[in-house]
Design a protein around this ligand. Structure first.
Ligand code: MIG
Length: 780
């Protein structure tokens, strides 16, 4: 049901407005403004492009427990800033931006060095009423809005009302608002001007991006204080670099996690899993990971194995690892309430008081897959440690990753399947956390999933020694990238969901979460062969490439749709494996700079307004652009080529940029382009990421001017943190009719496998050399 139908207008209490600046006082990191009636506004200058804004109506700025912010104010280097006063304003200059605080009434206004305004308060400024606070800002005509975490619809979110409240949004559509993830961050772009805004509140919050009033942005939260960060870019990459300095970046995943993952609810038994892997290997469909959904457990009891279906998981996983397959198991937060049954997880959790209690002190119960369930309070470190360690029941068997589901949290007030049952949350007045973190779920609801993922991630790090693990979560908050990859939950096997997956994943990437994917083929319902083939093409672009399908649906493995579709799937999964060195380098960019792996065109062309609404073309890194087909029966499409020249991936034809072209796309072809100046490392097809040593690497070079830094390490351990890694810089340029490729000396301690490097310049031919890590120049 479209969510806006049935919503009745309600009369709201009036807002109290912030009044005027009475006086101000500088301190080492910023300025306090006394705004009358005890209220206080504080601007903290954390970097020359990063300003934290705090306001409290009663003057009290409590120590913030954001949980999302990784780098507290005290840990930023002190920056220089100037203050000037006029009769009307107090002006703060950081070198990169100017922030003006108007005295009467008090308003915040920002300008870049060219005098372009951004993040300007409107005439309403800041408003507050019991338990709620708001800030209104102007939206200029050209401004577009991206990010906001996990979002439905297309790319630009202007004109929408966007709530930050984690929800099991099964059956989401184009119109759904509350999603599994809540990430109160966005970036606003218009030519030459760009800024990000992180709304630092874990309480319920909402962005009204010109939905109510065309040119007004409203930030609203059910928090008693206002707290947000303005991040000046202007480029999206700069905004994300600073945003992820604040909320953290993803650790490097194991290289195998970048391969193809095969999942279904559920591969029900050891025999079924063995048969699945046999099919994959016999049919030469590359795959690294099999996911085990809830039926591997004994009666949905987390951290158990069903003995009939999986009598010897250790042996099974050992055998699978011989075939290069890793196993990832699902874990839900609801622990079966089973005090009579000698179920260790329940007994221990009750004995140690790890489960959430209601405000009246009784243990809280909800209903999920294991029926009556109790829920660990992941806000407490002791609980996270306990949970993280319980994963030994899986890692002892060889499990290499954990998939966290249902952690919004998703629960009912009555047993699952009971028609009278409704979805509930933890009681908002129930206690959450301990020590300094003690509060209620009203403040921490949005953090439940992220803290479950944190428990999982930190636990796996201890249990799996020096090996990197894979963590996947459905719910999360700003900063979730520090602990886990994210998938977009229960999509449908429908063309609309294939179409929507790219803007959804792009907006997640623009919100600091780079390791993201949607279920290939669609989770609910049955894919048609054509849909499945097109989806696998798009799926090879997803940072997380996982096929999944729901219980009761038609099987969705690549060979279930006939030979033609199987061949198409193989071709695109193979392409993914050939591109692994390229993808791995993009993950390194995410880990070190917060860059997305999958990028909308605006990311690299923010001054080209033609890219602002393009949601159906994407960039992988900055060099490869895909223009997929996402509708039935379509065999050609319009492609917008941004500035520069572009080469067709398949036939190497060159096109001038800054134009639209019509391109053929029969079922077996997804239009792909390489940017002039691109240098793309490729390896031979393997059946899994570490199958063979890489004795040959091909560098595909598109004539033009450009550079690429290849990142490499062992792909599996944490040794890279001690410098066991290396980078190689490649540059290409044109000199008259010649193409010159420069290879710089390899930097770093790690040495890749002995290999031949073949440098293929499109239209010119190949040259090759044995890679000794030395610099060389190749002329074509
Ligand atoms: O109530 O574990 O989004 O991926 O297969 C459904 C069963 C629970 C929802 C997840 C889906 C998973 C399914 N889970």
């Amino acid at each position: 049901m479209p969510e806006f139908i049935g919503q009745l207008p309600i009369s709201e209490p009036a807002w109290n407005a912030i009044s005027s600046v009475q006086s101000f006082q500088r301190f080492n990191q910023g300025i306090h403004f006394d705004c009358g009636n005890n209220s206080r506004l504080t601007l903290i200058i954390l970097a020359s492009n990063l300003i934290r804004v705090r306001f409290s109506a009663d003057g009290e700025l409590t120590p913030r427990r954001s949980w999302a912010v990784n780098l507290p104010d005290e840990e930023w280097n002190i920056v220089n800033f100037d203050i000037q006063e006029t009769d009307e304003q107090i002006i703060i200059k950081t070198g990169e931006i100017k922030v003006c605080v108007q005295r009467n009434p008090c308003r915040i206004m920002c300008f870049d060095n060219a005098g372009n305004p951004f993040a300007h308060d409107t005439d309403l400024g800041i408003g507050f009423r019991k338990g709620e606070i708001s800030n209104w800002k102007e939206i200029t005509q050209q401004e577009r809005f991206y990010g906001f975490g996990e979002r439905c619809g297309l790319l630009n979110q202007r004109g929408k009302l966007l709530t930050n409240w984690t929800t099991d949004s099964l059956d989401y559509t184009m119109l759904t608002d509350e999603m599994y993830q809540a990430i109160p961050f966005f970036m606003s772009l218009r030519p030459n001007v760009g800024y990000g805004l992180f709304f630092n509140t874990t309480f319920w919050s909402q962005f009204d991006v010109g939905a109510t009033q065309l040119n007004t942005l409203q930030l609203q939260t059910k928090d008693s204080q206002l707290d947000y960060y303005i991040i000046y870019g202007p480029e999206p990459a700069k905004i994300l670099e600073t945003y992820t300095q604040l909320t953290g970046r993803m650790p490097l995943p194991p290289r195998w996690a970048l391969g193809y993952h095969q999942c279904r609810w559920s591969y029900n038994s050891e025999a079924e899993v063995r048969e699945l892997v046999k099919q994959l290997r016999d049919r030469l469909i590359p795959c690294d990971v099999i996911h085990l959904d809830i039926d591997y457990m004994q009666g949905f009891r987390v951290f158990t194995w069903n003995k009939q279906r999986f009598p010897n998981p250790k042996k099974l996983i050992e055998d699978l690892s011989q075939q290069g397959i890793k196993v990832v198991n699902i874990i839900d937060p609801g622990v079966k309430f089973d005090p009579e049954a000698d179920y260790q997880v329940c007994d221990e959790g009750l004995a140690k008081d790890y489960f959430i209690r209601r405000a009246d002190g009784k243990v809280f119960h909800g209903y999920v897959w294991p029926d009556r369930a109790v829920f660990p309070d992941f806000m407490r470190e002791s609980v996270r440690e306990w949970w993280g360690n319980l994963q030994h029941n899986l890692t002892d068997m060889g499990v290499a990753g954990i998939w966290n589901d249902m952690n919004e949290p998703a629960l009912n007030n009555q047993p699952f399947g009971d028609l009278e049952g409704v979805k509930i949350t933890f009681p908002m007045d129930a206690p959450s956390g301990d020590g300094e973190d003690k509060t209620t779920w009203k403040e921490t609801h949005n953090l439940y999933g992220m803290n479950m993922a944190r428990a999982s991630c930190e636990g796996l790090q201890k249990l799996r020694d020096d090996k990197r693990s894979f963590v996947l979560t459905r719910s999360g908050f700003a900063g979730v990238q520090r602990y886990s990859a994210v998938w977009t939950g229960d999509n449908h096997s429908k063309w609309e969901y294939l179409e929507m997956s790219l803007p959804m994943l792009c907006n997640l990437g623009l919100s600091g979460v780079a390791f993201v994917g949607a279920d290939i083929g669609g989770f609910a319902g049955d894919a048609t062969p054509e849909l499945f083939a097109r989806w696998m093409q798009v799926g090879m672009l997803y940072p997380l490439m996982r096929g999944h399908s729901m219980i009761g649906t038609k099987r969705h493995e690549p060979w279930e749709f006939g030979q033609e579709v199987e061949d198409i799937c193989r071709k695109y999964i193979e392409l993914r494996y050939q591109l692994l060195p390229y993808f791995y380098t993009l993950f390194w960019q995410a880990a070190t700079k917060g860059e997305p792996v999958l990028r909308p065109l605006i990311y690299h062309y923010p001054n080209d307004e033609k890219t602002y609404e393009i949601y159906d073309q994407v960039l992988i890194g900055d060099s490869i652009m895909a223009a997929p087909i996402y509708r039935p029966g379509v065999e050609n499409r319009i492609v917008y080529l941004p500035e520069g020249s572009w080469y067709d991936w398949w036939n190497h034809k060159c096109y001038q940029g800054s134009q639209h072209i019509l391109i053929d796309a029969p079922l077996e072809k997804m239009p792909l382009f390489i940017k002039a100046g691109a240098i793309i490392p490729l390896v031979s097809v393997m059946q899994y990421a570490e199958e063979l040593p890489v004795n040959e690497m091909r560098l595909l070079v598109a004539p033009g001017k450009g550079e690429f830094t290849l990142y490499e390490d062992d792909g599996n351990t944490f040794a890279y943190r001690e410098g066991e890694n290396c980078t190689t810089q490649y540059r290409v340029d044109l000199q008259g009719s010649q193409v010159v490729a420069d290879i710089e000396e390899r930097i770093g301690k790690w040495t890749p496998d002995k290999r031949k490097v073949i440098v293929e310049v499109i239209g010119k031919g190949n040259q090759e050399f044995t890679d000794d890590g030395k610099s060389r120049k190749l002329i074509y």
